[in-house]
Ligand binder design. Structure first.
Ligand code: AMP
Length: 187
């Protein structure tokens, strides 16, 4: 399965994506995680990305695309993957469509995790990640609504909306059911 998960920060996207990848036995490809690993390792890519990330801005497309192209070209992603955090704007989505078309592939579904704004901000403040300053949180939410939410229209025929409010296991079951892979699915 080739899946994409989309949702505002704080919707539980990363947690659900990791679980889903493990349940569906596909690699979890999180651009945020790959950037953070590069920052920890002190690579040139990490140094370049850090300033953007600390501000809550998107890292420029040229940098991000190269990283995604390399990751999905790895052997473990040949049969499927769970993309988390990419694409985040229409330009990235168009680029991904072309990349997959070249491979004779397409996404199977786009899972959209939803939650009310008040719940999102509350969860963000509890998360306490290094790039979770008040300014960066506000900036990421604004970018989500301006740049990422239009993806829901771009992927209209693939979107599966799932309510992200609830405990982790409960939300995961909702996603699996929505994808026809729930405990109650025929196979
Ligand atoms: P995330 O872990 O998905 O919240 O991503 C953390 C940060 O990494 C974002 O705020 C961006 O600065 C950067 N980032 C992650 N994915 C992308 C992407 N697809 N395009 C540009 N920047 C990204």
């Amino acid at each position: 399965m080739r899946l994409l998960i989309v949702g505002p920060q704080g919707a539980g996207k990363g947690t659900q994506a990791a679980l889903l990848a493990s349940n569906l036995q596909v690699p979890h490809v999180s651009t945020g995680d790959i950037f953070r690993a590069n920052i920890s390792a002190g690579t040139a890519l990490g140094v370049e990305a850090k300033g953007y990330m600390d501000r809550g801005d998107l890292v420029p497309d040229e940098i991000t695309r190269g990283m995604v192209a390399d990751r999905v070209a790895e052997a473990d992603a040949a049969a499927g993957f769970m993309l988390d955090g990419f694409p985040r704007n229409i330009a990235q989505a168009q680029w991904l469509s072309a990349l997959l078309a070249d491979r004779g592939e397409d996404l199977d579904a786009v899972v959209v995790l939803t939650a009310p704004d008040a719940e999102l901000v509350q969860r963000m403040l509890l998360r306490g990640r290094a790039d979770d300053t008040e300014e960066a949180i506000a900036r990421r939410l604004a970018i989500y609504y301006a740049e990422t939410e239009p993806l829901l229209e771009y992927y209209a025929d693939k979107v599966v909306r799932v309510d992200g409010v609830g405990d982790v296991a409960e939300v995961q079951q909702r996603i699996l059911s929505a994808l026809g892979r729930g405990a109650d699915a025929a196979s």
